[in-house]
Design a protein around this ligand. Structure first.
Ligand code: GAR
Length: 218
């Protein structure tokens, strides 16, 4: 991944932004030929916005609530339209959802697909398990109830069904028999692995984009 135009990445976040930080740091090595062109958060207090500003990356805050007040039942549609326009204005090659806790509907996905901009997401569960919020907590509960032996993390393509798109990279994370791991410890164990997986998944897709650009295939 060298000597070509950088792959332009928009990162969507909602919270602490430790995975965003992993992407920011990886620009030094694994993601050398990637440029994070903007970080967008749907939460004003997301610490990830501070991380982005510290790295001199442009940021934007766009929250659904004003849309609910203005458009009531069409709020999500209008929000997604504006989010798509905001993202596309930067002409990104790739959108990475790194803890973006907002459902993305077709009014966001379609304009991105039309512009040939793939969207990938990090989710802390194995494909088909524990879709949606609080996945780590729900997986641990299932382990304690004897229903699962392992959980995992994945990078997957984004479709309108939450956390359901085609997996790109999957890593299994076993629960440890005989170890009384509390939720904080499990979260930490999972986050450490996430920080590597999000970089590897982003690199894989960025490389595909570069090949596509070289071959002129859209
Ligand atoms: C991560 O654990 C990520 O897998 C999860 O949000 C966290 C964000 O942490 N995403 C989802 O649950 C998506 N459904 P971070 O803000 O520290 O990167």
């Amino acid at each position: 991944m060298a000597n070509q135009d950088p792959v332009r990445i928009t990162v969507l976040i909602s919270g602490n932004g430790t995975n965003l930080q992993a992407l920011i740091d990886a620009r030094e090595d694994t993601l050398k030929n990637c440029s994070i062109v903007r970080v967008i958060s749907n939460r004003r207090i997301a610490h990830g916005l501070v991380r982005a500003k510290d790295a001199s990356i442009p940021t934007h805050y766009l929250n659904l609530l004003p849309y609910k007040a203005k458009f009531s039942e069409n709020a999500r549609t209008e929000y997604d339209k504006d989010l798509a326009a905001l993202v596309l204005a930067d002409k990104p090659d790739l959108v990475v959802c790194a803890g973006f806790m907002n459902i993305l509907n077709d009014t966001f996905l379609d304009p991105l697909a039309d512009a040939h901009v793939p969207i990938i997401n990090l989710h802390p569960a194995l494909p088909g398990q524990f879709n949606g919020a609080k996945a780590i907590e729900r997986a641990q509960k299932a382990w304690l109830e004897g229903k699962v032996e392992k959980t995992g993390i994945m990078i997957h393509h984004v479709i309108s069904e939450v956390d359901m798109g085609e997996p790109i990279l999957v890593e299994e994370i076993p629960f440890i028999k005989g170890v009384d791991e509390d939720i904080k410890e499990l979260e930490q164990r999972i986050h450490e692995k996430e920080h590597k997986l999000i970089v590897s998944g982003t690199r894989m897709v960025a490389e595909e984009i570069q090949k596509r650009n070289i071959n002129g295939v859209s």
